[in-house]
Structure formats: C-alpha cells, structure tokens
Ligand binder design. Structure first.
Ligand code: DQA
Length: 190
C-alpha cells in the first residue's frame, strides 16, 4: 500500500536531500511510518500520509441524487483532494468501497502509517460497529465528512457511530466539506 502512496503523491521539494543518489529512491520510511518519501526529478520529498475513505454508493456521485449530493464525481473529489494535499505537504491516498469488510481492512492497513483519516462512511455511518471499531485502531485524528446535512434528513441518518470518536464532523457543505476537512486536518497534524 505504501508503494501506492509513494507513486501517487506529489509534494514540495526538500532541498536538504537534493543531493541524494538514485539508490535512495527506495523510501527509508517503511510501512510503519506516517511519513512517506519519494524522489521526483532528482529531489527527495517527505510528506505525511493521509487516507481518505469513501463508503458505499459514493462511487455513484454525479449520478446519484444530484439534488442532494451534487454533480461532482468521486474521481473529481479525489483528484482535488490529492492536489490540495500536495499544496499542504500531505500525501493523500483515496479509497472507496461498497463493502464493509473492505473498508475495515483498509483502515486496519492504515495502522501505524497514516497521520490522519478523512472518512465519509456513507450509509455505514449509521449502522457499522465494525467500521467504528476499525477507526478506533488508529492513533491518528479522524474527520467524519458528509456531503449532506445528515441532521436535516430522515431520523435514521441522525445517528452516527463515528461522530463521538472523530475529532470533527463536517456535514452539509457538499464537496467543499472534503477540502475543508483536509485543510483542518493539515493544521491538526502540522
Ligand atoms: C452521506 C449521508 C448518508 O446518510 C448517506 O447514506 C450517504 C451519504 C453524505 O455524504 O451525505 O450515502 O454520508
């Protein structure tokens, strides 16, 4: 997984390491480190890793109830998160699944190697003790995000099993909520 992060992240240069040889392209930061390092155009960069997890049906953003969730696709949100992360010196990995167990395993895999988690558990927000328990494994700040204001919607959406273990919740800002959350997280983990 860390290889994915390394290969998909871009960040500002760290001139201190600019003289390193080609061999140093193998990151000294291992699987169990919240930092990642890579060489880009001969320069070595270090970044904090952030994981953004999207729950079920969010792969349908853009088509799904646009009057509630807007017209932006998940690919666009992810690209924007990665670009914003780059500006903030963060390496953002994104993950979406419609399966509870896959989300649990992804969060388990982030143990010890992520500086923060952004999560929109979607419908699992209201039902999944398994995802809650996985989030509790992380020793990193967690921000819960919802595109819609879940408290203005049906009563079954008012209960979140993540809210009391998250450092913050953003609900009702549409896609801006993701970017606000990443900016807030960047301040927290600076
Ligand atoms: C959602 C709200 C949930 O109640 C719903 O099941 C979703 C999306 C949101 O982003 O507003 O799938 O998490």
């Amino acid at each position: 997984m860390s290889q994915d992060i390394i290969s998909t992240c871009h960040s500002e240069r760290s001139p201190r390491h600019s003289e390193r040889s080609e061999e140093s392209q193998i990151s000294p930061f291992g699987r169990n480190d919240i930092m990642t390092q890579k060489i880009f155009a001969g320069e070595t960069m270090t970044e904090k890793r952030v994981l953004a997890v999207h729950g079920p049906n969010l792969n349908m953003l853009g088509k799904r109830e646009p009057e509630i969730y807007g017209s932006t696709t998940l690919d666009e949100i992810n690209a924007n998160l990665k670009a914003l992360g780059e500006k903030l010196g963060l390496c953002v990995e994104t993950f979406q699944s419609n399966y509870e167990g896959a989300i649990v395993e992804k969060i388990q895999g982030a143990m010890g190697n992520c500086a923060g988690l952004l999560i929109n558990p979607a419908a699992y927000t209201h039902t999944s003790i398994a995802i809650r328990d996985a989030v509790l494994l992380l020793d990193a700040p967690v921000i819960e995000i919802h595109l819609s204001n879940i408290y203005k919607r049906e009563p079954f959406r008012h209960k979140s099993l993540i809210a009391d273990i998250a450092v913050a919740q953003i609900s009702g800002f549409g896609v801006q909520g993701y970017y606000l959350a990443l900016e807030g997280l960047a301040v927290m983990i600076r």
